[in-house]
Design a protein around this ligand. Sequence first.
Ligand SMILES: Nc1ncnc2c1ncn2[C@@H]1O[C@H](COP(=O)(O)OP(=O)(O)O)[C@@H](O)[C@H]1O
Ligand SMILES: [Mg+2]
Length: 287
Amino acid sequence: MADPSKQITSAVVSVEPVATTTSAGASVAVDTVLRTNDVHVFYDGVPAIKNVSMDIQRNRITALIGPSGCGKSTLLRTFNRMNDLIPSASMTGEVLYHGQDLYDPSVDPVEVRKRIGMVFQKPNPFPKSIYDNVAFGPRVLCMKVDMDEVVERSLRHAVLWDEVKDRLKGSAVGMSGGQQQRLCIARALATNPDVLLMDEPCSALDPIATGRIEDLMVRLRDEYTIVVVTHNMQQATRVSDRTAFLTVEVDEHDQRTGVVVEYDDTAKIFSQPGDPRTEEYVTGRIG
Ligand SMILES: Nc1ncnc2c1ncn2[C@@H]1O[C@H](COP(=O)(O)OP(=O)(O)O)[C@@H](O)[C@H]1O
Ligand SMILES: [Mg+2]
């Protein structure tokens, strides 16, 4: 059923899941949360990624992998209009969220980022209390909520509650890196998103903190759809269901542009890739 809470503006209607038929004949709803149709992103008119058409499936973890500079972050930012904040960036093509054009002039980008949250590489808590960090989004968006309840629920979802429940008014700045990253995840969850975008969320963390974030991602998958950029291929195999491999194509004018080479189930990408460029990358011969 169409879920009214998924609609970004009343002007746009969300779509029903697409039904597909399995080999056993059973009908299975494959719910596409995000879809890109022939997306190109440019910086100062120069293409950074081109021809990206892919579906992001609900309650799955989708990993974006590929060498540095191939456009993983650029692609991730198209999913919640974060490229809008970069003056030199422009885009062609279409991004659909539950069937709705995210870039339609009637869509409010602030509302988009409320529903499609972002967590960055370097934990970036605000110099405020733990409580105020989590309450930040709902306050800015004037959400009519029981704030204590939202803060507790978000911190529980981020598996941070037990560590901080006695010092919610204490500063977020003194926390460990791993705690700060879980706080940033709690802050993103507080606006009640259904998608979390994560751009190398563990690359500033030690292995123990990384393991906790990976465990958390797997837990969150039941309720959220996650797209994660990672340069760590073990991480992609550990946590993701689907993997997109991007690389840089160089044309005859020496123009370097990111493309999605292959997008499939993670097990397939890492064991039986269909493209030699993917195989070269995942077997560690390049990148
Ligand atoms: N804000 C920006 N301004 C200009 N060029 C950018 C900007 N962000 C990224 N790029 C360029 O776009 C290409 C893809 O970058 P990026 O998406 O950051 O790749 P990745 O995340 O895979 O390392 C690179 O050539 C990079 O230099
Ligand atoms: Mg990046």
